[in-house]
Design a binder for this molecule. Structure first.
Ligand SMILES: Cc1ncc(COP(=O)(O)O)c(C=O)c1O
Length: 459
């Protein structure tokens, strides 16, 4: 990424000129937060947008500029911003209380809706985030199996707790990232996705593996796409070796299909982690799955079986506001074609953006599955036909595109200048409210941005 203090990039200058209000907020934030931000994915030089209003597929910054939003609440907003039924449910609940410190009816209905949608949800335990959900899933798997080790796949993301750090964006040798104990990292076995032989070897050479966890649509929500055959092999091999399979459906649960990737691919994991869409845009997560495993959280069952119970408090577990939003959201997921609509927009968007690259003779491509999309920025500058691009033919290093970070940075700023907010991959997630005008605006923004990048010698 260029040093934005010293660069004379016209793209960066134009971004600064368009967003003075965000610049002013960023100065304040710099005095408060490390790097001025509150989530690593929001880090961008010279500063990110400050948003103060959002509706459907769009959001507005403090300067009053409008953006087609592909951050989508980090994936939480399948129904777009401020869906009227979700908002009505939240407003109604606000007047009835935000926390009872007690059980309540809404948590039951929320869980019933999860159970009705997710094929393997025999039991549900709510958490406050996806990170907490994957932490609990790992603990459940270890307690249930009595085994310590966890298989993870390189580049897959499962939140930020200690078991999930090495092998995500660094430490692919499995060593501990800073601040994490060697003993924790040492109990994680890293494997490459789509490599059935390596997975089989790993399972054969260890008899102390509790579970394998995977993002079932591929690392980082599909940045590194997965072969459905690999998922089948993973299910078969883990079952053969008595290893539990955890699908991390924090992003794709209720998105790729109402029942998540397990419905879309017809595979049944033992445990599933959920968050994001689950809580309709409010904080919330859950671990769901086999009753005999979640029974380790049950006072009576563990007592009767003379097993040690797993403790699980959590001040905001199943809080009434998140439950109200989650119920409204999951009702819509179940009763409408929201997932299918977002998926259809994804197909159209990928095709139209690839046509822009083709027409502009830019050897980049847009790919992805369901309602997410990723950009291939072709670090090796191989000849490609964007409309026929197949990411599975390219190595991880090409797809991750780290060597094109400078151009990607300017692409994102250029898209923002032209009213489109892409996520950091770069790419985005789509909502069921993205429609024709968002499609046309995104296509136009890409074309203008390509022209800017060409003028700056980045393409
Ligand atoms: C696949 C996956 N798992 C887990 C998490 C962590 O969820 P949270 O940010 O709610 O802690 C994320 C967050 O983006 C995710 O994408």
């Amino acid at each position: 990424m260029p040093d934005t203090l010293t660069t004379n990039s016209p793209v960066i200058a134009a971004y600064r000129a368009a967003t003075p209000g965000s610049a002013a907020q960023a100065l304040r934030a710099a005095e408060m937060f490390p790097s001025g931000i509150t989530h690593d994915a929001r880090y961008i030089e010279p500063y990110g947008l400050y948003i103060n209003r959002a509706q459907g597929p769009r959001k507005w910054d403090v300067d009053g500029r409008c953006y087609v939003d592909y951050f989508g609440g980090h994936g939480a907003l399948l129904l777009g911003h401020c869906h009227p039924q979700v908002m009505a449910a939240v407003h109604a609940q606000l007047d009835r209380g935000t926390h009872y410190g007690a059980s309540h009816e809404l948590e039951i209905e929320w869980a019933e809706r999860v159970k009705a949608l997710i094929p393997t949800a025999e039991r549900v335990r709510f958490t406050s985030s996806g990170t907490e959900a994957t932490l609990m899933a790992v603990r459940l798997a270890r307690a249930f199996s009595g085994k310590p080790k966890l298989i993870r796949f390189n580049h897959h993301f499962h939140g930020w707790h200690d078991h999930m750090t090495s092998g995500h964006s660094s430490h692919f040798d499995g060593t501990a990232t800073t601040g994490v104990l060697d003993a924790v990292a040492g109990n994680v076995l890293l494997c490459d996705q789509n490599d059935e032989a390596a997975l089989a070897r790993l399972l054969e050479s260890h008899d102390d593996i509790a579970a394998a966890i995977i993002e079932p649509t591929g690392a980082n929500g599909g940045k590194l796409p997965i072969l459905p055959e690999f998922l089948q092999a993973l299910r078969r091999l883990t079952a053969e070796h008595g290893v539990l399979l955890i699908f991390d459906e924090v992003v794709n649960g209720f998105r790729v299909a109402p029942g998540g990737a397990q419905e879309a691919y017809g595979i049944r994991p033992d445990l599933t982690t959920l968050a994001k869409i689950l809580a309709g845009g409010l904080p919330g997560g859950a671990v769901t799955g086999r009753k005999d495993i979640l029974d380790l959280l049950d006072f009576q069952v563990t007592k009767a079986a003379r097993k040690e119970k797993i403790n699980h408090p959590g001040t905001f577990n199943a809080n009434p506001l998140s439950a109200a939003a989650g119920i409204a959201c999951l009702r819509i997921v179940r009763e409408t074609d929201a997932c299918a609509r977002a998926n259809r927009f994804g197909d159209n968007l990928r095709r139209r953006l690839n046509e822009v690259f083709e027409e502009e003779h830019v050897p980049w491509a847009v790919y992805g599955t369901f309602s997410s999309f990723e950009l291939f920025t072709n670090p090796e500058r191989v000849a490609i036909t964007p409309t026929r691009f197949d990411p599975l033919q390219y190595p991880t290093s090409s797809l991750k595109g780290e060597r094109t970070a400078g151009a990607v940075h300017k692409l994102r700023l250029g898209m923002m200048i032209h009213g489109v907010d892409l996520s950091s991959h770069p790419g985005g997630v789509i909502s069921a409210t993205h429609g024709e005008s968002e499609l046309e605006d995104t296509v136009a923004a890409l074309r203008h941005t390509v022209h800017m990048l060409k003028a700056e010698g980045e393409l």
